[in-house]
Design a protein around this ligand. Structure first.
Ligand code: FAD
Length: 305
């Protein structure tokens, strides 16, 4: 119930204006977002890299409606990649890109062209790109663009959302040699016709997808904070005889840092997804939707002076 309220709020521009302008929001945002600019992103990346963690940086923004905004997002990623290389943070740090921020919903050819430029810049910086998954209306277009990008940049990563009924099939398609696939539960409000609705059904689908990816020939990137799914992934790694460099765990910045450290200390690659930028509203609402404790955090911030 609370989840659907926050996911509905994520799409409301009126709520966005209200929450973004509330002074208390800054404190909550700081918990999940590294900061507004590239310097903040680099500082957070340096701290994580010093702790032995890998990084995927996300310049916040989505559902871009103008070519100018899409071009500015492309430029931001090109600058970010050059700065990461200069700072010696590649290959530890890669980037995550939302095609909708590159104008996918306006002109998917433009989004593809910009993504191609970002992939080329990442290759020049010695690192990779992963294409985030967004709402289900974009899945076909995103996977088609991914396939095109992989012709020149085979290490470009995909994201598959276990809550979508189609995803087991997509896992089978993508569990091939050299294919990097991030498996997450899925963060958007989706109708029953395309997505499992109960937490139990989503978790069961996650395990089925995990089995396909861990038994396949690709490189699974297990994106979850769920202790049961992490334990199952460790079990499948033993079962399918995958060594520590043949898969990785991924978690969000500010979420379960002690578990990130534990897995890294156990010899696993752990990549932290680090968002930065001032367009944090939709991202924050999805994080609040995921966890009642996050909502309590918002409540405390709103009621304290
Ligand atoms: P949840 O169902 O949220 O939580 C399960 C259990 O995990 C909880 O019961 C609790 O035991 C534990 N847990 C969770 N959070 C905490 C916490 N803060 N502290 C302590 N315990 C906790 N979604 C997309 O749709 N597209 C994407 O491209 C995408 N990329 C992602 C990238 C990464 C690296 C990650 C980690 C997630 C990404 N997501 C993406 C979000 C994802 O789909 C989920 O919405 C999000 O990860 C929450 O699901 P969960 O698997 O962590 O488990």
């Amino acid at each position: 119930m609370l989840r659907s309220v926050f996911l509905a709020a994520a799409g409301s521009s009126r709520m966005e204006r209200l929450i973004s302008s509330a002074p208390v929001s800054k404190g909550i945002v700081r918990r999940f977002v590294a900061g507004d600019g590239i310097d903040d992103a680099l500082r957070a990346s340096r701290e994580l890299a010093d702790d032995g963690l890998a990084i995927s940086l996300d310049y916040l923004g989505e559902d871009t409606l103008t070519a100018e905004q899409a071009t500015a997002t492309r430029d931001q990623y090109l600058t970010l990649l050059a700065r990461l290389k200069d700072a010696g943070l590649t290959p530890a740090a890669e980037v995550s890109v939302k095609l909708s921020a590159l104008g996918q919903k306006v002109d998917d050819r433009m989004a593809y062209g910009y993504a191609q430029e970002i992939c080329a810049a990442a290759a020049a910086a010695g690192t990779t790109v992963t294409l985030d998954a967004e709402d289900h209306t974009t899945t076909d277009s995103t996977l088609e663009i991914l396939a095109e990008l992989r012709k020149d940049h085979p290490a470009t990563g995909a994201v598959l959302q276990a809550y979508l009924r189609r995803t087991e099939g997509d896992c089978r398609e993508l569990a091939t040699a050299g294919s990097r696939v991030r498996l997450c539960k899925g963060a958007y409000a989706e109708p029953e016709s395309v997505a499992y609705q109960s937490a139990l059904d989503v978790d069961k689908a996650y395990v089925r997808c995990l089995n396909i990816l861990m038994s396949g020939a690709g490189y699974p990137m297990i994106a979850t904070h769920d202790p049961r799914l992490i334990a199952i992934a460790e079990d499948r790694a033993r079962w399918f005889d995958r060594s520590a460099d043949e898969f990785e765990f991924q978690m969000l910045y500010g979420t379960r840092p002690e578990e990130q450290a534990r897995l890294a200390a156990a010899g696993h690659t752990v990549r932290v997804y680090v968002p930065y930028g001032d367009q944090w509203y939709g991202y924050l609402m999805r994080r609040l939707a995921e966890r009642p404790a996050n909502v309590a955090f918002l409540g405390r911030a709103l009621t304290s002076k």
